[in-house]
Design a protein around this ligand. Structure first.
Ligand code: HSE
Length: 313
């Protein structure tokens, strides 16, 4: 096999209390990557939405960064064609999905025999190019699909996947605001290096609640567990109208609301048996617009599928 086409879903990391630990794969947007083995260097072409914003050099593109390290000493090169379907710089795991697709595809193409956790580890390296540090929450969700928990221990990554409840829906509001080129690195740099014991306890309790909520299929529990004392209090300052948007979503019936990944998108979880995700998305978009901020909004189901090979599509 000389070439392969791979599709990877977007994801929302953290879900509030699970900073750098939780991810939820979403059907809303996908990246597609075609990898073609060559005997030359790593070459990257990017098309799709906002392709011009995506770096093309292997040291700065998350897929290229993964390919460069995975192919070291393999004596082959690769031509990467990346179709961006996931908006970049929103907090929807765009860089992670590209890295996930590349690690997954190279494992198949070169018969590397990597385990799922090893693919996640390689893909997480790509986040160094985007955020300055390897973190695996987005890539785990993109690779495994569903709701994922990652645990990093002595340089090893363990990831576990749980099925989302069938009536879980997601409302997303994506404000069109100017963010720095290294948006995720900036959003990480404003977080304190240490946190009070009280904040750690609050996040542990709430994160445990989210996991229990997924396990029990209880969306109200998932929503309540999205309280976060680690990142949201600092990052919300980067998102104009954040408190008004959060209130609008809760008033419209969302079970929980928080910043998606490093932002600026805002994610609300909704129980479709009780509330319309469309109404929640509309309420969030109106709150942004009332504050003078342009915004795109949409609804999504969680993606049960993770990264996968696609044939003739
Ligand atoms: N967990 C990461 C963060 C996700 O919040 O910085 C962003 O890539």
């Amino acid at each position: 096999m000389q070439s392969i086409k791979i599709r990877s879903p977007c994801s929302s990391a953290n879900l509030g209390s699970g900073f750098d630990s939780f991810g939820l794969a979403l059907e809303a947007f996908y990246d597609t990557i075609t990898l073609e083995l060559t005997d030359g260097e790593i070459k990257i072409e990017v098309t799709g939405i906002e392709a011009e914003r995506v770096p093309k050099s292997p040291d700065r593109n998350t897929a290229g960064f993964v390919a460069k390290r995975l192919l070291e000493k393999k004596g082959v090169g690769v031509k990467i064609h990346l179709y961006k379907g996931i908006p970049s710089g929103m907090g929807l795991g765009s860089s992670g999905a590209s890295a996930a697709a590349c690690a997954y595809g190279l494992n198949e193409l070169l018969n590397l025999g990597l385990s799922r956790n090893e693919i996640i580890k390689w893909a997480a390296l790509g986040e160094i190019a985007a955020a300055g540090v390897a973190h695996a929450d987005n890539v785990a969700a993109s690779i495994l699909g569903g709701f994922t928990i990652v645990r990093t221990c002595n340089d090893l990554i363990d990831a576990v996947r749980l099925n989302p409840p069938p009536n879980l829906r997601i409302a997303l509001a994506m404000p069109i605001i100017k963010t720095s080129e290294n948006k995720t690195a900036t959003a990480r740099s404003i977080l304190p290096r240490s946190i009070p014991l009280k904040s750690a306890v609050l996040n542990i309790q709430n994160a445990a609640y989210i996991v229990a909520g997924f396990h029990l299929g209880d969306i109200e529990m998932i929503g309540r567990g999205m309280m976060d004392a680690i990142a949201e209090p600092f990052r919300k300052k980067l998102i104009p109208c954040y408190e008004a948007v959060k209130k609008a979503a809760l008033d419209a019936g969302a079970a929980g609301v928080t910043i998606s990944g490093a932002g600026p998108a805002v994610i609300a979880v909704v129980d479709s048996m009780r509330t319309s995700a469309g109404d929640v998305a509309k309420a969030m978009a109106e709150a942004f617009r009332d504050g003078g901020v342009e915004c795109r909004a949409c609804c999504s189901k969680p993606s049960l599928k993770g990264t996968e090979r696609i044939v003739n599509r």
